[in-house]
Design a protein around this ligand. Structure first.
Ligand SMILES: [Zn+2]
Length: 300
């Protein structure tokens, strides 16, 4: 099994490095003890003082303040198509970090789907986006690793057609039925006949369906062209100097990208994945839906 290496970095002013290190250890424990055996992934999680210290090939998880743009927090791809996570600082940032970590491990590129029966009665078989923490993301369903709050997540059996006795649908068992969302959570799917993305959300008093429309993605042709442009920058990775240069360069590029994500200064590009599309649509819906209790801002 291939091991994924994650690097946790906080860019929050005066963030205690001990806090970051303790959360990294809790995330490592959750990934190895709880998540890995169920989803068949292997990961390491280490804390680093600066983005420039994160080794090449590691996927960065970056804690930031002042993330103001809809859909900016969450998992993204950098210009080379590598995943990174932006985590909004809060009192429960470990829970957010856990949510983003698990979703990045289950689906690094935000486009993995599993077929199943739609929660919406008149729809048939649909494609669910694999976002393992969304249905059970509310604080009340969190559990702890080393006394640090981490997120519950669903298991692959979540998509089974019928309930079976003794079956584990989420790690803590809070989810009791296949495709069930809990208060404060949601689920997203693609309906192939209309090509629309849909959600079932439970942010207010009762569950609701939302039609998010068609996901117009950045075409893969554009993505490929971007990558070829990047490939002309040649870095000598065989020497220490080359490695340091590569880390500095990646940090510089990521900082540019994070800045434009946080401020929304650059005109929004089409989303790179259904995950990005859904995150953006949700922020917009949250803003103009007066009935809904606000969704937990930092988790998607
Ligand atoms: Zn999520």
């Amino acid at each position: 099994m291939l091991t994924i290496n994650l690097g946790l970095v906080s860019e929050v002013d005066d963030h205690d490095p001990s806090d970051v290190a303790r959360v990294a250890a809790a995330l490592q424990k959750q990934a190895t003890r709880d998540f890995g055996p169920i989803w068949d992934v292997s990961a390491t999680v280490d804390a680093f003082p600066r983005l420039e210290d994160v080794p090449v090939g590691y996927w960065p998880m970056i804690v930031e303040t002042d993330i103001n743009t809809p859909g900016a927090a969450g998992v993204h791809e950098d210009k080379d198509g590598q995943p990174f996570a932006l985590i909004a600082m809060s009192d429960s940032w470990s829970l957010t970090a856990s949510h983003e970590m698990l979703e990045m491990l289950a689906d690094p590129f935000g486009k993995r789907v599993i077929a199943g029966k739609s929660p919406k009665p008149e729809q048939g078989r649909v494609e669910f986006l694999v976002e393992v923490c969304d249905p059970c993301e509310a604080d009340e369903y969190a559990y702890t690793a080393n006394d640090i709050l981490v997120s519950d997540f669903y298991t692959p059996r979540f998509f089974e057609p019928h309930r079976a006795e003794g079956c584990r649908y989420s790690f803590t068992g809070a989810i009791k039925n296949p495709r069930e969302i809990l208060r404060g959570g949601y689920i997203s799917w693609h309906e192939p006949v209309s090509d629309h993305w849909w959600q079932q959300v439970w942010f207010g008093r009762s569950k609701d369906f939302r039609d998010l429309g068609v996901c117009k993605r950045k075409s893969s042709l554009v993505a490929r062209t971007d990558r070829r442009d990047q490939a002309t920058v040649e870095l000598d990775l065989t020497t220490m100097e080359g490695d340091e240069h590569a880390r500095q360069e990646r940090a510089r590029r990521l900082h540019e990208e994070i800045e434009s994500l946080k401020t929304g200064r650059e005109p929004p590009e089409p989303p790179a994945s259904p995950r990005e599309f859904i995150e953006r649509q949700m922020r917009e819906k949250d803003e103009d839906d007066p009935d809904a209790e606000p969704a937990p801002e930092e988790q998607h």
